[in-house]
Design a protein around this ligand. Structure first.
Ligand SMILES: Cc1cc2nc3c(=O)[nH]c(=O)nc-3n(C[C@H](O)[C@H](O)[C@H](O)COP(=O)(O)OP(=O)(O)OC[C@H]3O[C@@H](n4cnc5c(N)ncnc54)[C@H](O)[C@@H]3O)c2cc1C
Length: 461
């Protein structure tokens, strides 16, 4: 069987490794327009703040490893067309300076489409000024780190207060830059958390010197005569900056499959085997829209965690292992900045309102261990559930402890959502109690008792 993989970053690398681990006889061609694979973007902010000492440590694989496994790996080759009727892929060789437009055609039995996503750029006045950067690739990372170490760059404006923007803001404060964080929304990380927990993060950012400009739409950039950015024009005024990072989201790279069934942002809908609506075409990673059990919609949850799972599932299906399925995603995520630990899964209140879901929410704050122990720390949980069925559809956890963050508890709540469990199912789940770790009624059970109006315990604000 002949398989072509387009895109060999996280999703494509995972598919390729799985395919050949399960069946070393497969004929695989893997094509990527970049010159590197497996770059972990999560380490960019950590490199700016020098937690990661060498940005090259952020790779976990390379073309040589995949070639040694038996694949034909074409780096710096770009796929320019796919004929899904003839089952062929057309690509050009970006290394070939003499014939840059020469096209090569290769046929496939199965196609794995793993072209991921690209950061959205702002097409506004002066957006071509120098020192306006994006944040995704290894090349982006090198540029950002170089500027972070440049003494002449005193102030940085970050546009977009999602995960990437918030993490970068912290890292530039550590680098002693003056930092402005700008977002059209009136909350930071508003897609994942409810106001109550967003405030905690915003307070911490304010205290640590970040200038927050929320509810500020960006209209353009100012630049000097040498062409370097000097400021960001917003609805609420001009924010001076020697450097700007645009992190306003990503768009799936799905233009090569115009006839596939897609959701509004262009991500391609796939089934539990990662099959698209086009025969023999699997779509994985940031290009895919997967069923979300919480919202009951197909969502583009652009996270590396889902990308690698999609790779395992698509490869297993091609190799005839039907049991491997990715039935749903729930967008489980976490963030750690300025000592604040936050994690969430499922959908938040805003999304419930947009989807017109009749929901209820309960929030519980308590010490994580009994007060008779030497050490105990505050932890807060929010549970969002359907009002009529009590089905859990969202959860968020916040703590400040460095010892037990309780962030991993979100994984149990994610599983509960994926399995369509109610808060009563959760209440009766057989979980342990040991004073070293938790209370007889741990913070999740206490929240459920409060939701059911059965709570006789006292909250600790
Ligand atoms: C700064 C940052 C921090 C992040 N932090 C986290 C985190 O902490 N946790 C987490 O789970 N996720 C995180 N993510 C998200 C994660 O990086 C993405 O979900 C992941 O990269 C998706 O992998 P992918 O393989 O689907 O797509 P991509 O990483 O986008 O890779 C797609 C590949 O396809 C290639 N390609 C595209 N078009 C073509 C073409 N026409 N021809 C040939 N090749 C092509 C590209 O060159 C690329 O190598 C972060 C992302 C960023 C930017």
């Amino acid at each position: 069987m002949k398989i072509i993989i387009i895109g060999i970053n996280h999703a494509g690398t995972s598919a390729l490794r799985t395919l050949l681990k399960q069946n070393s006889d497969l004929e695989i061609t893997a094509i990527d327009r970049s010159d590197n694979i497996s770059f972990l973007g999560c380490g960019i902010a950590l490199s700016v703040s020098s937690v990661v000492k060498d940005v090259d440590d952020l790779f976990y694989s390379n073309a040589r490893e995949l070639k040694n496994m038996g694949a034909n790996v074409l780096m710096k080759h770009e796929v320019v067309n796919i004929d899904t009727n003839a089952k062929t892929v057309t690509y050009i060789n970006l290394n070939d300076e003499e014939n840059p437009k020469k096209e090569y055609v290769e046929s496939y039995d199965k196609l794995i489409y793993a072209t991921g996503s690209s950061p959205i750029n702002l097409n506004i006045a002066n957006s071509n000024a120098n020192n306006i950067l994006l944040c995704k690739t290894y090349i982006d990372a090198l540029k950002i780190i170089e500027k972070a170490n440049d003494e002449l760059i005193k102030s940085v404006a970050i546009i977009g207060a999602g995960y990437i923007g918030v993490e970068l803001a912290e890292s530039f404060i550590i680098k002693n830059k003056k930092v402005s964080l700008i977002d059209a929304k009136d909350r930071v990380v508003a897609n994942y958390f409810d106001d109550e927990l967003c405030y905690e993060l915003e307070n911490a950012m304010n205290k640590n010197g970040i200038s927050l400009h929320l509810g500020a739409g960006v209209r353009g950039f100012e630049k000097n005569e040498a062409g370097f950015v000097t400021g960001v024009k917003t609805d609420t005024g001009i924010i001076k900056a020697d450097m700007v990072i645009v992190s306003v989201g990503a768009r799936p790279n799905t233009q090569l499959l115009p006839n596939a069934t897609k959701i509004a942002n262009g991500a391609i809908i796939v089934d539990e085997y990662m099959k698209s609506s086009i025969p023999d075409v699997y779509v994985i990673g940031d290009s895919a829209a997967i069923f979300n059990t919480a919202s009951k919609t197909f969502d583009n949850v652009a996270l590396a965690t889902n990308a690698v799972k999609g790779g395992i599932v698509s490869a297993s299906n091609i190799n005839g292992i039907e049991i491997a399925k990715l039935k749903s995603v729930v967008g489980t995520n976490a963030i750690h900045v300025f000592g604040e630990n936050l994690s969430s899964t499922g959908i938040n209140e805003k999304r419930c309102q947009d989807l017109k879901i009749d929901y209820k929410v309960v929030q519980w704050t308590d010490n994580d261990r009994p007060e008779f122990m030497n050490e105990f720390n505050k932890v807060t949980v929010r549970l969002i559930y359907e009002k009529n069925t009590l089905r859990l559809i969202g959860a968020q956890i916040h703590s400040r402890s460095t010892k037990d963050t309780h962030m991993e508890s979100i994984n149990m709540l994610a599983l509960a959502i994926q399995k369509n469990m109610t808060i009563i199912d959760l209440l009766t789940t057989d979980v342990f109690f040991l004073p070293h770790y938790n209370k007889p009624f741990n913070f999740i059970i206490s929240a459920i008792l409060k939701a059911l109006d059965l709570c006789y315990l006292k909250e600790n604000y």
